[in-house]
Design a protein around this ligand. Structure first.
Ligand code: HEC
Length: 120
């Protein structure tokens, strides 16, 4: 290490690219957290209200559980299937990317209520 390195530590200035990158990463982290918080846990955690319970699911599974995108449609599946899927996600018995985390926010009673909101 040369003397110069010691005297001028590499710290990105306020407008340095390093800061901008870190800022963006921080923003993404905040957005990510907001997405997760907007899901069940936050508002619906203690609720048995069907709207509060079911709303967070619509963001991914579509209004009424009819997905237009890559997410599986859950509308019209049997309540037993939905309840079992959610409990298995929660208990780690069914492999998932996001549902394991989402399902953790619900009690058995809330899962049964959800299965009736979306299931038939
Ligand atoms: C962040 C997006 C997202 C949210 C919010 C979400 N899901 Fe899911 N859901 C998925 C994905 C993705 C899968 C596929 C499994 C996986 O990878 O986690 C899935 C799978 C499922 C399945 C299994 C479907 C099948 O055919 O196997 C059920 C049931 C389900 N979700 C119910 C719900 C319910 C009820 C809610 C609301 C409490 C909900 N999901 C909220 C993304 C989401």
């Amino acid at each position: 290490m040369s003397k110069r390195d010691i005297l001028t530590p590499r710290r990105p200035g306020p407008s340095g690219a390093g800061l901008a990158t870190r800022h963006r990463a921080g923003l993404l982290a905040v957005l990510g957290a907001a997405v997760i918080l907007a899901q069940p846990g936050a508002a619906a955690a203690d609720s048995m209200d069907p709207v509060a319970l079911g709303n967070p699911c619509a963001g991914c599974h579509g209004t009424d559980g009819r997905s237009k995108g890559a997410m599986p449609t859950i509308n019209g599946k049997s309540p037993r299937f939905i309840a079992k899927a959610l409990k298995d996600f929660r208990d780690g018995k069914k492999p998932s990317t996001v549902m394991k985390r989402i399902a953790k926010g619900y009690t058995d009673a809330q899962i049964d209520a959800l299965s009736k909101i979306y299931g038939k």
